[in-house]
Design a protein around this ligand. Structure first.
Ligand code: NAD
Ligand code: ZN
Ligand code: ZN
Length: 361
């Protein structure tokens, strides 16, 4: 027996999103249905709506979610109905070449539900990042459900499901930030501020936050930035060098994902430093650099998908840090909204009014 719930879809490129009826099939082998309690609005949902990811419309948006497992399919043993879970988009396969080499955070064959959710006329939906959680219930692969301590507030820990994990992990996992490092973060939305927090947790002593919006810089300071730079007034490369003894930062994280910000990151790092790209570029974007600069400056140019996280390792640990008061996830939740306010939340994100709007059910 399938069931009907309300969900937010993006029907065509650039058009406003709409709340409509979604058909959720019974979970098949290895699948689970999760009753969603919260789902954050991430910039990637807006990229989907604008055709920046692919043209697989209609999309069922939403992918930063926490909820309770309601039903599981055949063969599911890791989670059971009643479990409080954060949904992840990296259900590792265990057998691909990355997994077999002991690097499951690069898994090349992550699991999603095999069945599709549909509209009432049978049109198949493409769930954002294989999740689709701006919906009262969603169907996922059971491996996409990571159990965490149920004492945690869903709207806060749900953010570990995407943006906050991407930022924390860009600093802690991909950038390998450690005690005494200098770090710069370009773009201080939810993802960039999480990178600031990750750098601070890892022991960075200089953390330079860069944004074009001064309100974002005030937030970044509250999250642990030691220096702030308004890139609409000051050259960020010069400012980052000035904050780091003239050398540049050990790790520079681009949480915007544009050619100009990536170039700033490239030139704002110290010799042998690391650039981490976590912002998502669009297919049209190109970059041109003197190859000699790439060679001569050395170091590492990395991109970070989902903060190179392993959900089973990182979500419960970060939830514990949150419950112990050492990781302020609540500070990322600017507002709680209803399901029919996602379009409005995109506007507010666009105007820089929020770090995260979180749909609560
Ligand atoms: N790699 C991943 O796994 C992953 C996961 C989640 C999100 N993302 C991506 O990360 C990016 C940031 O997401 P978000 O939710 O924080 O978005 P956001 O819109 O909340 O934040 C972007 C920030 O960048 C600032 N900005 C824009 N142009 C700038 C410039 N030229 N210089 C400095 N700052 C500038 C904006 O003022 C804003 O504060 C998006 O591209 C998103 O798709 C990546
Ligand atoms: Zn794998
Ligand atoms: Zn996201």
């Amino acid at each position: 027996m399938s069931q009907e719930v309300r969900g937010v879809i993006s029907r065509s490129k650039g058009a406003p999103v709409e709340v409509t009826t979604i058909v959720v099939p019974d979970p098949g082998p290895g699948e689970a249905i999760v009753r969603i309690q919260s789902c954050g609005v991430c910039h990637t949902d807006l990229h989907y709506r604008e055709g920046g990811i692919n043209d697989d419309y209609p999309f069922l948006l939403g992918h930063e979610a926490a909820g309770v497992v309601e039903q599981v399919g055949e063969g599911v043993t890791d989670v059971a109905p009643g479990d409080f879970v954060v949904l992840n988009w990296r259900a590792v396969c265990g057998v691909c070449r990355a997994c077999r080499r002991g690097r499951p955070w690069y898994c090349f064959n992550t699991h999603n539900a095999a069945q599709r959710m549909t509209l009432t006329d049978g049109t198949e939906l493409a769930p954002a990042l294989g999740i689709g959680a701006f919906a009262e219930k969603t169907l996922v692969h059971a491996g996409q459900c990571t159990k965490v301590n149920p004492a945690a507030r869903p709207a806060a820990v749900g953010l570990l499901g995407c943006g906050v994990m991407a930022g924390l992990g860009a600093a802690m996992n991909t950038g390998n930030v450690t005690r005494g490092d200098s770090v710069a973060v370009i773009g201080c939305g939810g993802v960039g501020d999480a990178a600031v927090v990750g750098a601070a947790l890892a022991g960075a002593t200089t953390i330079v936050a860069v944004d074009t919006d001064s309100r974002k810089l005030d937030w970044a300071r509250q999250f642990g930035a030691t220096h702030t730079v308004n890139a609409s007034e000051t050259d960020p490369v010069e400012a980052i060098r000035a904050a780091t003894g003239g050398f540049g930062a050990d790790v520079v994280i681009d949480a915007v994902g544009r050619p100009e910000t990536w170039k700033q990151a490239f030139y704002a790092r110290d010799l042998a430093g690391t650039v981490v790209l976590v912002g998502v570029p669009t297919p049209q974007m190109q970059i041109e650099l003197p190859l000699l600069d790439v060679f001569g400056r050395g170091g590492a140019l990395k991109s970070s998908w989902y903060g190179d996280c392993l959900p089973s390792r990182d979500f419960p640990m970060l939830t514990d840090l949150y419950l112990q008061g050492r990781l302020d996830l609540d500070a990322f939740v600017t507002e709680e909204i209803a399901l029919d306010q996602v379009e409005n939340a995109f506007d507010r994100m666009h105007h820089g009014d929020v770090l995260r709007s979180v749909v609560v059910f």
